[in-house]
Design a binder for this molecule. Structure first.
Ligand code: BGC
Length: 769
């Protein structure tokens, strides 16, 4: 398993472009009759084994226990349709040549890779990008990622990850857009546009919406554990970003690992057929998560691998990632009639269509001379720095301690993440981490501060604490480097003393703390949100010096900031800000960038509050009522920071909420307007957020639901009027009583303002006609 996880991260390199048929990404991937007839013509020539081959995705690298030898022979014999986990451009070309020149039907391989938040230039992690509340940011980042990846030989990414996460114990929260279906859907559409382009061209890569579906609801936040999600919740919350991606034209989906309501997602016909194809009209293809088809046996669902293949194909799964279950069993299943020829053809057709549409038959190879120039574009790094600045969230700023003055004389940068370039980029930094000499060279926080202040300031750097990782870092795993042994008490005390001494000498302290990147992400759940290792201890010690402290938090999830939020005057959540991370953080710390990011998750006080999310239902006796309330005996049920929260160096006033109609019929709509004023002396970004609540209906509705947002830049004193539509799309929900989508007549509340607790309020009535 470890090997597999490592393999997942192992890098790729370069490859080519294809000159393809233009296709509007807004339409379903497969609706062009010419492409369909080319695919059908191929199908007619294919043997059953060749068809099964197209459904087989093999590892491009040798992995013990999974791929014991290179896939050359399998490719030559037409037994492989796609490869993944391959980074050498020359190797990609070599394998492609075998497919195109030596296989009987010359069908090119589709090369897939995890291009999650950048390829060479690593962008902020997805949770950070969602914190920008600016889908254009996501789109631009994924456009660059697509251009890089395509130039490096990748034609398909396993992204965007669209799993709603209401529980930050689940480490993969870092890979998605957080807890909200509306924000998640907006980010989903933006990413699909970014990856695939507005029309498929030679810089497009296929998007893969994953992990379909319900993976983020793993019990106890334990990655891979079962999800139990009633249909009403699935439809109103968990499926929404996926539906948005499908409507946006996402070419592929990836089925999730876990049991969904006792039926593994990769063998779940209700999900993969009834909802995805019948209801949503999806015409692309579905790949399993890695070895998930074989694991239908492990789940205790399929009897054996043959049964697993049967169940996965019957459910509507097209491609088997890395478990070889299809290639080994489908020919048998067709021979015995359990799987029909036409079922097999239906599974293969969309894969052939995608290859045709991408232009792979005409342009199968990578231009090896061109890749490096594309991957090292300075413009990508410039964009990364800008987007990282837009994705940071200022959680606290007492007495306007931030921004810091650039004429500060002595600054102490303290913490295990202060000078750790490798921790800046987050988990999916495959090419970035393992690109060897060619890697992206991430900028550490200290380097960023040095770049900003030049030689004018004295900068003292002290680690001051240990992260005490449970596992070695990825880079250490890759290089076979052993993790350092746990620090002794004496060593910890010594480094804490050094931190306190440095803080005492400084005019201002920047504490760089948080989680190592491998403490979130796949297989990295946490049962507590404390700062790992002895960081909290060190932070308290340096706070006791009385020096002004700014905490720059780097983490893949909200951490326990209860003490910090009372004792440390400024907290900037930088997440994992990417290749230019250190520069981007310094831009914010020293005021060249005014922070405007907002939380895409409710920030729990402690892990015991999870799952915690703003769009819950009312209880029969809410917390503010006098007795018998829904509450913890020992803690508030409220988050430390609410969904949508984030400060700025500017201040804003939200006012004058009004509706174009306060009473209107279902099927029509209203417009909600409000004024946003920059009441400060500096230009800055506000994010206006619109929430609704339906007071009564065929089902209880959440206390608030996000139904509109916009990030705007306002000059000092500037007022902007923002208008949001509210119509059928925003007011509809899936009712467990009627079992359909619809908007129900009744009274609604509407709030607009700075976050999910805003008090600017109005009411409207939706009438039957
Ligand atoms: C992960 C996926 C990833 C796949 C391929 C799996 O372990 O769950 O998110 O796309 O590996 O690397």
């Amino acid at each position: 398993m470890k090997t597999r996880i490592l393999a997942v991260f192992i890098s790729v390199t370069l490859s080519l472009l294809a000159a393809p048929a233009a296709l509007n990404a807004q339409t379903q991937p497969s609706s062009d009759p010419e492409i369909r007839s080319r695919a059908d013509a191929l199908l007619q020539q294919m043997t059953v084994e060749e068809k099964a081959g197209q459904l087989n995705q093999e590892s491009g690298m040798i992995i013990k226990g999974l791929a014991e030898q290179k896939p050359d022979d399998d490719i030559r014999e037409g037994r492989v349709g796609s490869i993944l986990w391959l980074s050498e451009v020359s190797e990609i070309n070599r394998l492609q040549r075998i497919a195109v020149d030596q296989s009987r039907l010359h069908i090119p391989l589709l090369v897939g890779f995890d291009v999650i938040h950048g390829y060479r230039t690593i962008f902020p992690v997805p949770l950070a990008m969602a914190s920008s509340w600016d889908p254009a940011v996501e789109e631009q980042a994924q456009r660059v990622a697509a251009e890089d990846a395509r130039a490096a030989g990748i034609q398909w990414t396993f992204a965007p990850m669209l799993d709603i996460a209401r529980d930050a114990r689940w480490g993969r929260i870092v890979e998605g857009a957080g807890e909200d279906p509306y924000l998640g859907a907006a980010m989903a559409r933006a990413q699909v546009r970014g990856f695939q382009g507005r029309s498929w061209g030679n810089t497009s890569i296929l998007a893969c919406a994953k992990h379909f579906a319900g993976y983020g609801a793993a019990e106890g936040g334990r990655d891979y554990d079962s999800s139990y999600i009633p249909q009403v919740l699935l439809r109103n919350v968990y499926l929404e970003p996926f539906h948005a991606a499908v409507k946006q034209g996402a070419a592929t989906l990836m089925s999730a690992y876990m049991d969904l309501n006792d039926v593994p997602a990769s063998g779940n016909r209700w999900l993969l057929h009834d909802v995805l194809r019948q209801e949503w009209g999806f015409q692309g293809f579905v790949v399993s998560d890695a070895i998930a088809v074989g694991n239908l046996v492990t789940h205790g669902f399929a009897h054996d691998r043959e049964d697993a293949a049967y169940r996965a194909v019957s459910a509507g799964l097209n491609m088997d990632m890395a478990s070889k279950t299809f290639i080994e069993n489908l020919p048998k299943l067709v021979a015995t009639g359990r799987i029909t020829q036409s079922q097999l053809d239906d599974a293969v057709r969309p894969i052939l269509e995608a290859k045709i549409r991408l232009g792979l038959f005409e342009h199968p190879y990578v231009d090896e001379t061109r890749a490096e120039a594309v991957l090292t574009r300075q413009s990508s790094r410039d964009l990364e720095r800008r987007l990282a600045g837009r994705s940071m969230v200022l959680l606290r700023n007492e007495n306007h301690i931030l921004p810091l003055s650039k004429s500060v004389k002595k600054i102490a940068v303290i913490g295990p993440l202060a000078d750790s370039a490798d921790e800046m980029e987050g988990g999916w930094t495959v090419e970035g981490l393992f690109g060897g000499e060619s890697r992206g060279h991430p900028v550490s926080l200290v380097a960023g501060i040095r770049n900003k202040l030049g030689t004018g300031a004295q900068i003292e750097v002290v680690s001051g604490a240990r992260l005490q990782r449970k596992y070695p870092s990825l880079l250490d795993q890759f290089n076979g480097t052993k993790s350092p042994p746990p620090a002794t008490e004496a060593e910890l005390n010594d480094s804490r003393d050094q931190a306190v001494a440095a803080a005492s000498r400084a005019d201002v302290v920047v504490a760089a703390m948080g989680e190592a990147t491998n403490m979130s992400g796949e297989g990295a759940s946490r049962a507590s949100f404390t700062l790992p290792g002895d960081q909290q201890h060190t932070l308290e010690a340096i706070a006791a010096t009385g020096k002004p402290i700014v905490l720059v938090l780097m983490s893949g999830r909200p951490l326990d900031m209860v003490w910090v939020s009372e004792h440390v005057p400024a907290i900037l959540e930088a997440w994992y800000p990417g290749t230019e991370g250190g520069n981007a953080v310094a831009d914010v710390l020293f005021g060249d960038v005014n922070p405007g990011g907002k939380l895409p998750v409710s920030w729990a006080r402690v892990a015991g509050q999870e799952p915690i999310y703003y769009n819950h239902n009312l209880t029969h006796d809410p917390e503010d009522a006098p007795d018998f309330t829904s509450h913890y005996w020992d803690l508030s049920t409220k988050p430390l920071y609410p969904f949508g929260y984030g400060l700025s160096y500017s201040s804003f006033k939200f006012s004058n909420l009004r509706l174009s109609k306060n009473r209107f019929a279902t099927g029509t709509g209203t417009e909600v307007s409000l004024d946003v004023t920059n009441t400060s002396q500096s230009a800055g970004d506000a994010v206006a957020q619109l929430y609704i609540h339906q007071r009564a209906g065929s089902a209880s509705r959440p206390v608030r639901q996000l139904k509109g947002f916009r990030r705007v830049t306002l000059k000092p004193g500037e007022i902007q009027t923002l208008t949001f539509p509210l119509g059928l799309d925003e007011l509809s929900f899936w009712s467990p009583q009627t079992k359909t989508w619809g908007a129900e007549p009744g009274m609604f509340d509407v709030w607009a303002g700075e976050d999910s607790t805003s008090s600017l309020h109005a009411v409207f009535e939706l009438t039957a006609n």
